[in-house]
Design a protein around this ligand. Structure first.
Ligand code: ACO
Length: 326
């Protein structure tokens, strides 16, 4: 169990208007709707406008959170944005969000980069800050514009990724704290299997396959995930002193439906109790988990008191899981 005096009180999300379907991709690269659905489960993804960036999506996700939950966000004291596609090296997306929302100068701002585990890592930080008394009310956002670093001539990557943002509000609650347990880990040797080049000229001694665009060895990433997540989930449940049957909703990072089905089978967890966002939105990295919860909330699937297990994994490699009561 982890120490907590905090709980998640609301979710919100936003995806850009433009949609890119599998049939659209058939006209761009040598692929097919059938191949993409069979190998990944993805049907379409949303693509940001030319001048629409991660901070713009984050702001809209927060506005949606506020409108749909009636929560006031003018008194938040910290903003954490998880992304690996920030608008700039500096200033941070979180600082851009503070300005765009007209929030006071007392608000703390922080971007984190943990790729597809970023939203869960952001929740770790928010729980710690609120529990320690450093903050009372924190916005955690997972937001990405991956389409801007995708090579639309590379069928290995362009069919997978999309753009979107999801937000959660973490508030102090000493009487009914929500965070129950966490688990995390990393393997930096996986860096060259999934990357987007930056200032350096090679990765782990290997020359980049592609400059400027996201590149991955899909099979290696797949194998990393199907080994790491079932083990991580078992450790996470042990830390929470819960069994898999206690979990109402499992929300793994939405990268690939076959991967998620395999993980559920390994864990003997019913696939119907899994929340995903990849069919509609593709892999939106740090945003897939909050988008999946937002979709479930829209469909009236979830209720107060439900126990969620979230598990993010991706570039680094790194992974992180969290269990909370909503
Ligand atoms: N359309 C048609 N054929 C394709 C496509 C495509 N879009 N992409 C690859 N192929 C071909 C390959 O060239 C290969 O052809 P060959 O046998 O003639 O060489 C064949 O399909 C099989 O390729 P594999 O890579 O073996 O296919 P696989 O079943 O592994 O599926 C996939 C590929 C979907 C990428 C899978 O490996 C995967 O999902 N991996 C995980 C990826 C992931 O989740 N990455 C993101 C992590 S999150 C983050 O941090 C950003």
């Amino acid at each position: 169990m982890i120490s907590s005096k905090a709980r998640i009180t609301a979710f919100g999300a936003y995806v850009p208007e433009r949609q890119l379907t599998n049939h659209d991709l058939e006209k761009m690269v040598d692929t097919s709707d059938e191949w993409i659905i069979q190998r990944t489960g993805i049907k379409k993804r949303h693509i940001s406008a030319v001048k629409e960036f991660t901070s713009d999506l984050a702001v809209k996700a927060i506005e949606n959170l506020s409108q749909s939950s009636g929560k006031i966000i003018k008194d938040v004291d910290y903003i954490i944005v998880a992304t690996f596609t920030p608008d700039f090296y500096t200033p941070s997306c979180a600082a851009l969000v503070q300005r765009a929302l007209g929030l006071p100068k007392t608000v703390g701002v922080l971007d984190i980069n943990a790729a597809c585990a970023g939203f869960v890592q952001g929740l770790f930080i928010a729980n710690s800050f609120v529990t320690s008394g450093l903050a009372k009310k924190i916005l955690v956002i997972g937001a990405e514009v991956i389409s801007k670093i995708v090579d639309y001539a590379d069928r290995n990557t362009c069919v997978l990724f999309g753009d979107g943002a999801g937000a959660a509000l973490v508030e102090r609650d000493e009487n009914e704290p929500g965070f129950l347990a966490g688990y995390y880990g990393s393997d930096g040797n996986g860096g060259e299997k999934l990357y987007c080049s930056g200032l350096a000229t090679s990765i782990n001694g290997t020359k980049f396959h592609k400059q400027k665009y996201i590149w991955q060895d899909g099979r290696s990433v797949y194998n990393f995930a199907i080994k790491t997540v079932p083990h991580g989930m078992r450790e996470l449940l042990k830390n929470a002193e819960l069994s898999i049957d206690d979990i109402d909703w499992f929300v793994p990072h939405s990268a690939n439906m076959r991967m998620i089905q395999f993980i559920c089978k390994e864990l003997k967890f019913p696939f119907e109790k899994t929340l995903t966002s990849l069919v509609e939105f593709g892999n939106t990295s740090a945003a897939t988990i909050p988008l999946a919860i937002w979709l479930a909330e829209k469909n009236n699937k979830i209720k107060k008191g439900d126990i969620f297990a979230l598990y993010g994994f991706g570039g680094g490699f790194n992974h992180a899981g969290i269990i909370f009561r909503f």
